[in-house]
Design a protein around this ligand. Structure first.
Ligand code: KG4
Ligand code: ZN
Length: 338
């Protein structure tokens, strides 16, 4: 039995988790920086890195409280090596490697993207590769086929913004708080998707959200004065109708891409992962579109950034490639299984 301490710090969540043999989750703690970044409407990398330095010993301490022996029970450490913001990744990779030396345990560097793909494997013990994952988050939007443990193929990716990034930017255009995804998702349920017309994007080999985002920008710019309240903010029904139209376009594009990837690979198992997998409309659309296949959508806490998924990916990496014996640097451009 391997008891693994997993650490995540690639963007704006500092997280630590403990897992036994990759799939038994003992605990998962996440310290979110949302309150810090809400003030600036987005993540400022240096502020995020400094916040990780403060939060890291706290979340690791919380995670170790779940073990009666504390550090003495930890056999190995897994840490996110990339992709992400370099200053943030350096906090986690330095902390993990120093702790590994101090505790005389081995360490493994893990791809954050592999972590998201493995969040589905962690949440459903009946799921084994091969499976097709739609990974949609604030930093990434791609379709990935996990052929077997340690071997994944990227089938298509966004050529510009990530889906979550588009949600955050559109929310800002509508005067809504950061992060925009959850707010827009809620508003979209009250809106009429047919009131405003927005362009549909359907590319055979990639995803793209920047055209849609720009269309929302022009739509907001050209709204009549009646769309605004006396204090200058947008009327709530206008916000809801734009949110509904935007969300319908995003869902149509994502489900269309997933359908093409499924037809190409003939995958019989589908996973929806990443922060945008928390979207109620997308969850419902994927479940309906692929009702004949096994569809795994992890619980919300495993969709947004967390260390449990890094532990699951790390444990599988240890099985296929062993530990990283020579030390490693943070890698902001790391791909799926580098
Ligand atoms: O996976 P995640 O926590 O961090 C990254 O690795 O990027 O994803 C965060 C993103 C944010 O852009 C946020 O707006 C989006 O996920 N998000 C959502 C929802 N909840 C979070 N987007 C759409 N609908 C949601 N319900
Ligand atoms: Zn993520």
């Amino acid at each position: 039995m391997t008891t693994l301490l997993a650490i995540e710090s690639s963007c704006d969540e500092t997280a630590a988790a403990v897992l036994r043999d990759g799939r038994e989750l003992v605990c998962s703690h996440v310290s979110s920086q949302i309150a810090i970044h809400a003030k600036t409407g987005g993540v400022i990398p240096e502020i995020a890195a400094r916040a990780h330095v403060e939060a890291m010993p706290v979340v690791v301490g919380e995670a170790l409280k779940s073990l009666s022996g504390g550090w003495d029970e930890i056999d190995a450490i897994a840490v996110t090596r990339g992709p992400g913001l370099v200053g943030c990744l350096l906090v986690g990779t330095a902390y993990a490697q120093m702790a590994a030396v101090a505790r005389k345990v081995p360490v493994v560097g893990v791809s954050h993207l592999a972590g998201h793909v493995y969040s589905a494997w962690l949440s459903d013990t009946g799921l084994e590769p091969p499976y097709l994952a739609l990974l949609v988050s604030g930093g990434h939007s791609e379709c990935v086929l996990l052929r077997e443990h340690g071997a994944a193929e990227e089938l298509l990716a966004t050529r510009d913004d990530a889906a979550g990034e588009a949600y955050d930017k559109v929310a800002r255009l509508l005067g809504l708080p950061y992060p925009g995804g959850p707010v827009l998702d809620k508003l979209a349920r009250e809106g009429d998707p047919a009131r405003f017309s927005l362009p549909s994007t359907s590319l055979s080999d990639s995803l793209s959200f920047s055209g849609l985002k720009t269309a929302v920008r022009y739509l907001v710019r050209d709204l009549p004065v009646t769309a605004y309240l006396e204090d200058g903010s947008l009327d709530r029904q206008v916000q809801a109708d734009i949110a509904a139209a935007f969300q319908a376009r995003v869902i149509a594009q994502l489900t269309g891409a997933l359908e093409r990837a499924q037809e190409r690979t003939r995958a019989q198992q589908i996973a929806l992962v990443g922060g945008v997998a928390a979207n109620s409309g997308l969850r419902a659309a994927v479940l309906e579109r692929f009702s004949g296949l096994k569809v795994v959508i992890p619980p919300m806490a495993l969709c947004t950034d967390n260390a449990a998924m890094i532990g699951a990916a790390g444990w599988n990496r240890i099985q296929t490639s062993g530990y990283d014996r020579d030390g490693f640097d943070a890698d902001p451009g790391l791909r799926l299984f580098a």
